[in-house]
Design a binder for this molecule. Structure first.
Ligand code: IVH
Length: 700
């Protein structure tokens, strides 16, 4: 192995433990308390040091190490998990009378008892359950049907607000001051042998915006709202994809506490969970009377637009757990809680027309052209109609009176048609089967792991796509060429001067100056910008090429791993998959792009124009052992390798071999005549691979 260890195992272990503790403390300060105690760069440095130690001493990469948040191979499907206690839902209402009735009903169930209520924001995300065994995060699951959910442990581990072990942290006060490398005395909070807690995974508004703009950059369909984005993310089979999604979590419930002091009320629970290292429901109100309850609901409504997450309601729950038990539950929902939902802001207007936008990747998006209407702080004249399916499902016709809705970060959307207002003159929209720009027959494509179906114009020379590509190439996030906006891109394409990005570098001042609304001066500025752009870093060029699924993040990752554009172009699918953030779908897209003769031609012309193909981000040291931190178990006879040879290969790539299968096993390498280890692996949902797959992973 390269990079021979320079310190002893004992010292490495001590330093590793120290680093892990410091990183956990900073994670807690950042994710739970929202009070960062360290600069990002310093944090990254500590993290790098930890990972470097684990490279030299792979046994230090225990499952609770901060490095183990993203690990494991993509799954083919999720295993299932039975919840220790069913995950119920909540009764919902939009009416204040229902709230009064609910409170009276509970008071009748508990006569002569003083009731105390807790009001919390209803976080608009995805319900999850987290189980800790002996203090270690063991299983994380979706709600599923309430009794059995999907095992999404690997995905949940990528969320840094999910402690990998509890108690996870030093006490609050020592975190706040601790920027030294010396961990202070740790306040130990004993952890129960089994703890199952419940909460909501969500995307912050800013995380949602960031994710959607990255998706737009990469030519992918945006998510309609943060909840869909969170749900879609948790359903991904590849944890590396999940790690790139800005997910967060908040806890608000407990299902089981074994061998530990269990809290007796909601307020106690939330404080306790926070001490254990979880982020909890916040803000919250405790109320004794109906008046106080409605005041809290109103206060929450007043404050919720400033929250980092979307809130569509207030959850009202009894504070005392004994009182809750006395109330019980129906098959669907507890009797001691209720959700009061705030009405979304809606408006009515008329759908004047439906237009079709053709994006850079050829995707056709239907857009509602509306009679302008004022809603939630702004005038709205356009709203997305997402895709053809959505149009059909809602039976939206041109001329219809429609209801539009805008809640928080949600893109304004047409939520329904006022059928009673139809006059008969409305016309159903025929989704075009040919591109409105170039008349090429469009093709249907469903995207793995995404909702809906996209029609795409497959013609790479479609003027709309060419315009989009030129504009994207010049954009600030890509080659950053001053003046190369939407208008100029359209003119350059329309005049026939430019058919692809390489043509930009052959433009002459007179040609550009002759375009409408362009003078000599702006033409010169644009050409100067083009000249400067030849020296831009490789990642900008890769991003600028506009390859499907390649946003700036992926472009940077590719440029960290490859020294030149030619190296990226020569990479196999498997080599591409080894890049951080690159799963099989992205790898296929990149591979297909670089192996298309038209792309090869474009690259040669860019080379001829003198563009820089070298990456300043290239960091070969960032390459990791293919099996770093991974545990293998061998079973059966392999076709070409002995056990010893397989073991040597695993260890040479930073992995280790264990003798029996457990939840900590990452892979079972199985040959012919496997033993009971294989059955156990199947039961535990451990990845099972054969020799061919193993060799592929090891890149041999
Ligand atoms: S308590 C027995 N508290 O809303 C269920 N739920 O519509 C007790 N939710 O499935 C749930 N924020 O996913 C509770 N502060 C909060 C919540 C919350 C969001 C979700 C939860 C639940 C759904 C019911």
């Amino acid at each position: 192995m390269s990079g021979a260890p320079t310190i002893s195992h004992t010292r490495a272990r001590a330093r590793h433990a120290e680093l892990a503790e410091i990183i956990r403390a900073h994670d807690y300060a950042y994710y739970v308390l929202a009070r960062p105690t360290i600069a990002d760069r310093e944090y990254d440095r500590l993290y790098e040091e930890l990972v470097a130690l684990e490279r030299s001493f792979p046994d230090l990469a225990t499952p609770d190490s901060p490095s183990q948040r993203v690990g494991g191979a993509p799954l083919t499907q999720f295993a299932t998990v039975r919840h220790l206690v069913p995950m119920l839902s909540l009764d919902n209402t939009y009416s204040t009378e229902d709230v009064c009735e609910f409170v009276n009903r509970v008071q009748k169930l508990l006569p002569e008892t003083r009731l105390e209520w807790v009001v919390e924001p209803k976080v608009d995300g995805v319900a999850v359950s987290l189980r800790y065994e002996k203090g270690m995060f063991a299983v994380g699951a979706t709600r599923g049907d309430g009794v059995i959910g999907d095992d999404i442990t690997a995905n949940l581990k990528t969320i840094r607000g999910v402690p990998l072990r509890i108690p996870a942290v030093q006490s609050q006060s020592s975190v706040a001051h601790d920027l030294s490398r010396e961990p202070r005395k740790v306040k130990v909070i004993s952890s129960p042998s089994v703890l199952e807690v419940r909460g909501e995974v969500y995307l912050t508004r800013s995380g949602f915006e960031r994710l959607n703009s990255e998706r737009a950059e990469a030519g992918e369909e945006p998510f309609a709202n943060p909840r869909n984005a969170a749900a879609g993310s948790l359903k991904q089979l590849d944890p590396r994809v999940v790690a790139g999604r800005p997910l967060d979590i908040v806890l608000y419930g407990v299902a089981r506490v074994e061998e530990g002091r269990a809290p007796e009320s909601q307020t106690e629970l939330l404080d306790w969970l926070q001490e254990l290292g979880f982020k909890v429901s916040n803000p919250r109100w405790t109320c004794k009377t109906l008046d106080e309850l409605f005041a809290a609901i109103a206060a929450l409504d007043g404050a919720r637009r400033d929250f980092a997450f979307e809130t569509d309601g207030a959850v009202i729950k009894l504070n005392s757990f004994t009182q809750r038990e006395r109330c019980g539950a129906t098959a669907k929902a507890p009797r001691w809680a209720m959700a009061y939902k705030y009405a979304a802001e809606q408006a009515q207007t008329r759908l004047r027309a439906i237009s079709i936008q053709v994006g850079r990747t050829g995707a056709l998006t239907p857009v509602a052209e509306l009679e302008p209407v004022f809603l939630a702080g702004s005038t709205i004249s356009r709203a997305t109609l997402h895709n053809e399916e959505e149009l059909r499902r809602k039976d939206i016709r041109v001329g219809d009176a429609v209801t539009i809705e805008k809640a928080g970060e949600v893109i304004p959307a047409v939520v329904g048609v006022l059928r009673e207002k139809r006059t008969g003159s409305e016309t159903p929209f025929d989704f075009p089967r040919a591109c409105p720009e170039c008349s090429t027959k469009v093709s249907r494509e469903s995207i793995v792991g995404e909702v809906g179906v996209v029609w795409r114009c497959p013609n790479p020379d479609c003027p709309a796509r060419v315009r989009g590509r030129i504009e994207h190439w010049c954009s600030r996030g890509a080659m950053d060429i001053e003046g190369g906006g939407e208008v100029l891109a359209a003119q350059l394409v329309k005049s026939g001067l430019v058919r692809d990005v390489a043509d930009l570098y052959g433009l002459k001042v007179e040609e550009v100056a002759a375009l409408e609304r362009m003078g000599e001066k702006s033409a010169r500025n644009f050409l100067d910008g083009l000249a400067t752009s030849k020296q831009r870093d490789l990642w900008r060029l890769i991003f600028g090429l506009g390859i499907l699924h390649v946003g700036s993040g992926v472009a940077k990752a590719l440029a960290r791993r490859h020294a030149t554009l030619d190296e990226v172009a020569a990479a196999t699918r498997d080599q591409l998959t080894e890049t951080e953030d690159v799963g099989p779908v992205i790898a296929e897209s990149v591979f297909a792009w670089f192996n298309d003769p038209a792309s090869r031609g474009l690259i040669e012309r860019l080379r001829g124009a003198g563009l820089n193909f070298r990456s300043s981000l290239y960091a070969p040291s960032a390459a990791k052992g293919a099996f770093s931190g991974k545990t293998f178990v061998l079973t059966g006879t392999l076709p070409h390798m002995t056990r010893e040879e397989a073991t040597a290969q695993i260890e040479a790539h930073g992995g280790r071999v264990a003798s029996s299968v457990s939840k900590k096993t990452d892979f079972v390498l199985a040959g012919s005549d496997p033993g009971s280890k294989l059955d156990k692996a199947r039961r535990l949902g451990v990845a099972i691979i054969d020799e061919a797959e193993f060799l592929r992973l090891a890149r041999l």
